[in-house]
Each structure stands twice: as structure tokens, then as C-alpha cells.
Design a protein around this ligand. Structure first.
Ligand SMILES: [Zn+2]
Length: 465
């Protein structure tokens, strides 16, 4: 599949900007008044109690300290009509559905920002705390770590609501500029094993999305504009590390390096469609730092290019669709599986059976969140739930005919992997095997890609003109 990148647009304006010094303000040239207001805020969310770590089932003990602090960061933007929009990024494995629902409700109530105008994104670091509040993840003293996860999640929710309020209170006239570059350490991690299956191993022939989209937020009250925030994306698992100390992995380092180089700026990482992408090489702290440096450098490279200024209104649409599961297992099949399958199959069947016993039936679908935001007339931002594989980013960037298209996964609810039809048919971990680690009754249905893509297009159309 070809590499995809946002298409060039308004060549005349781009040429004009190219002739101007980097960072110079369109407004300073005597054009339109600032059409945006922006404010950003940041809070440390490193656990201060003993917690289990998320992402690798093989761990046998809780975290043993902190390598790099974890952060939640919020950006609030208002358009000229005074309609606010909020983005929150998190150095965490994911976003549980209950956290999204609580935060969305409170943010609307307390800060007047409607749920469709709230985007939450997780970096998917595998060196953060375990957030699941089920007694199935910790191999030692599960009740203790269940309670710790529940307490952490409660505190996180109120932190996020407060943080959005802080960012909103800081709103000041701003300008928004888009730019992009590329970064090369992500590689497809689905390698054909020659026996019809796929191994988790670097596959340089597999599809990737190496783009690094950047939204630069700066004040609009003087000639150059003081930088307030950078939001930057990359489609790659945040899994350089599998250590026992808390860390934001490469994404945490990239954010830290950018903030060191730009004092006062809040830098925010948005994971993209990195469900089937890993950072390579991996496994050492030095490599997490090297990848963080590469990504920060790519953001700096993007900042040397001609910016594409955003102007217009903010429009947003959010919908939870009933994403269909495949044919559900019967009670008899599950019971047989608890006795004769592999340990993973047996444990999964036991969890699904207890769901069946609790509720009397298994769900046929999952409320999957799809969100589309238009920031001005230029940028269309698709934010999808789950661990979305790269095919979605490549396809949507080709199909949506707006000047700039940004596609992010790991948004609003990270329930499991989201394979494309291609990956679903190929099989393997991202296609459905991974779902056996949770309580989903079975894999997704064959309609998965069609259901999600059709909804994205429908929501995009609803935001016309
Ligand atoms: Zn993952």
C-alpha cells in the first residue's frame, strides 16, 4: 500500500507563506483578526501508590518506581463564535469506557463543552498503570491491585475534568497552524510465518504510516506569536519498553524533549493507527529515548516547513455504533472450551461464561465510538476508539477529500484491537486472538471495517459545509 500524506492545498497561500520567515504571523501582516482562542494545561498523573502495570500479561509483580513521570494534558480551543472544543492526551495504556462517559458528562455540566466536542487520546504506553477494575489481571494479590486501579481511575477522572477547566480558564487569542514531517522507527509488526499465520515480528514489507502531523498553537497578540502548545501524532505502539518502572516510553520522551527545547510550551502526543505497528529496535531505555528524540526531531522538522493556517468554525460529531461481534459461542461450546482448550482459551471461556451467568445472555455488539472534528475549513480529524490498525489511516486519508486529514486511534475508549477486513481475514493477534485476554465474547464480525468507515463518512458529511 502506498504511503499516505495530507495533500497539498492552496498552493498560492503556501508559496506566500514559504516566502515569509518561519513562524511569522498572518495576522501581523494586517490580515484577519484572530479567529481562535486557546488554552492548555498539564497535570502529573504518575501513580503515588503501589500499582500493577498495564500491557504485558507476563508481568508477575507491581511497578517498582518511576523512570519518567506520566502526564495528562488538556487543550481547549474556541472558534470565533465562542464554541469550545477540548482535547486531552494521556500517558496511559488506554481509556476505559466508564472514564470517557464520566468525564464527558462532567465536562459538559461544569465547563459547557458538549460530548461530541471532547476528544481523549491515550499514548498506549506499556509502562503505565493497569486501569482495568476487574479481578483478572494481577497474578499476585489481585484484590489489592483491583482496589488500587479503581482508586486511581476515580482520581484520574476528577483530574481530567479539573484540567479541562484550567485550560479553558487560560483561553487567549491564538492562531492554529498545521504542518507535518515523517519519522521512521515504526514498522509493521505482522510477519507471515510461512504456515498461513502471522508472528509478532518486524515486517519491513508491511504497510506503515510514517507521517508526523503537528498542530502548532501560538498566541496571536504579537508578531511572532508565543508558542502555547504542540499536538503531534505518530502511528506506533508505545512499546519500546517492558520494564517494571513507570514511563511514557518514546512518546513520553518526545514530549519531554520538545518541552525542554520550547520552554513554556505544552507538548501533547496523539497516538494514531498504530495497532499493528511497533517501534524498532526495542527493549532498552536508551532506545526509548532514541525513538523519543527521533520523533521530537521530526516535530522540529515539521516546524521548519510552511505552515498551513487553520481558519473557520469548529464542527464535531460523535456517535457510538453497535460494532458487531462474530457468531456468539453457545454455553455448551464455552463449557467445552474451559476443559479442552489451551490455557488462554480456557481462561477466556471462563470469563465469558461468568458474563453469561451474570446477565443471562451475551452482547451481540459493542458501543464503539466514532468521532469526526473539523478544525476550521482545512483540518478534518478522525478520532477512533480501540487499537486501530494502520489500514484505516491510509484508507481514510485517501477517501476524505479535505485539505488536511488526521486519523487517530486510541481515542475515547480503548476496548481492544480494531482490525481492517484485510487483517481480519489474515488472522492472528490483532485480528481477534488478542480479544481472548479480555471479556469480549468473541472476535469482531467480518463487517467491522465497513461499519466503521461508513460511519466516518456519514459523520463527515453531517459537518458540511
Ligand atoms: Zn496494543
Amino acid at each position: 500500500m502506498p504511503l499516505s500524506h495530507p495533500r497539498l492545498w492552496l498552493p498560492l497561500l503556501a508559496a506566500t507563506l514559504a516566502a515569509m520567515p518561519v513562524g511569522s504571523s498572518v495576522q501581523a501582516q494586517g490580515a484577519a483578526p484572530p479567529s481562535w482562542k486557546a488554552g492548555a494545561a498539564s497535570a502529573k498523573i504518575t501513580p503515588d501508590t503501589e500499582m500493577w502495570m498495564a500491557g504485558y500479561a507476563a508481568r508477575t509483580k507491581p511497578a517498582e518506581g518511576v523512570e519518567l513521570d506520566l502526564y495528562a494534558k488538556a487543550l481547549v480551543i474556541e472558534d470565533q463564535a465562542g464554541t469550545p472544543w477540548a482535547l486531552v492526551t494521556l500517558d496511559l495504556i488506554g481509556i476505559p469506557r466508564n472514564v470517557r462517559l464520566f468525564v464527558a458528562e462532567q465536562v459538559e455540566k461544569q465547563h459547557g463543552i458538549a460530548p461530541e466536542r471532547l476528544v481523549l487520546n491515550a499514548s498506549h504506553t506499556h509502562s503505565g498503570p493497569e486501569l482495568r477494575t476487574e479481578r483478572s489481571f494481577a497474578t499476585a494479590d489481585p484484590a489489592k491491585y483491583y482496589d488500587a486501579a479503581a482508586a486511581y481511575t476515580n482520581k484520574l477522572q476528577s483530574t481530567l475534568v479539573r484540567l479541562i477547566g484550567e485550560a479553558k480558564a487560560k483561553l487567549e487569542p491564538a492562531k492554529l497552524d498545521y504542518c507535518h514531517a515523517r519519522c521512521g522507527f515504526a514498522m509493521n509488526r505482522r510477519r507471515p510465518n510461512g504456515k498461513g499465520g502471522y508472528n509478532n515480528a518486524p515486517n519491513p514489507e508491511g504497510p506503515v504510516d510514517l507521517s508526523v502531523p503537528v498542530l502548532r498553537v501560538a498566541t496571536a497578540n504579537n508578531a511572532g506569536g508565543k508558542e502555547l502548545a504542540f499536538i503531534f501524532g505518530y502511528s506506533c505502539h508505545c512499546t519500546t519498553l517492558g520494564h517494571q518502572r513507570f514511563s511514557g516510553d518514546y512518546a513520553g520522551y518526545a514530549q519531554q524533549y520538545l518541552q525542554e527545547a520550547h520552554p513554556g510550551v505544552i507538548s501533547m502526543f496523539m497516538n494514531g493507527c498504530g495497532g499493528d505497528q511497533n517501534p524498532y529496535p526495542r527493549n532498552t531505555m536508551e532506545l526509548a529515548q532514541a525513538h523519543g528524540r527521533s520523533l521530537a526531531t521530526a516535530v522540529e522538522a515539521a516546524l521548519t516547513t510552511s505552515f498551513k493556517p487553520l481558519s473557520g468554525k469548529i464542527r464535531a460529531a460523535y456517535r457510538e455504533i453497535p460494532l458487531a461481534y462474530d457468531t456468539l459461542p453457545t454455553r455448551e461450546q464455552l463449557e467445552a472450551q474451559t476443559k479442552s482448550g489451551t490455557k488462554l482459551d480456557a481462561d477466556h471461556a471462563t470469563r465469558v461464561l461468568s458474563r453469561l451467568n451474570e446477565t443471562g445472555s451475551l452482547p451481540t455488539d459493542y458501543p464503539y465510538p466514532v468521532q469526526v472534528t473539523r478544525l476550521g475549513d482545512q483540518l478534518t480529524w478522525v478520532t477512533l476508539g480501540g487499537e486501530v490498525v494502520v489500514d484505516y489511516a491510509l484508507r481514510l486519508k485517501q477517501e476524505i477529500k479535505d485539505p488536511i486529514v488526521w486519523v487517530s486511534g486510541y481515542s475515547n475508549d480503548v476496548m481492544t484491537y480494531i482490525p481492517s477486513l484485510r487483517v481480519w481475514k489474515e488472522g492472528g493477534y490483532e485480528a481477534g486472538e488478542a480479544m481472548k485476554w479480555g471479556t469480549h465474547p468473541t472476535r469482531w464480525s467480518e463487517r467491522i471495517e465497513e461499519q466503521i468507515i461508513a460511519t466516518v463518512h456519514e459523520l463527515r458529511r453531517s459537518l458540511n459545509p
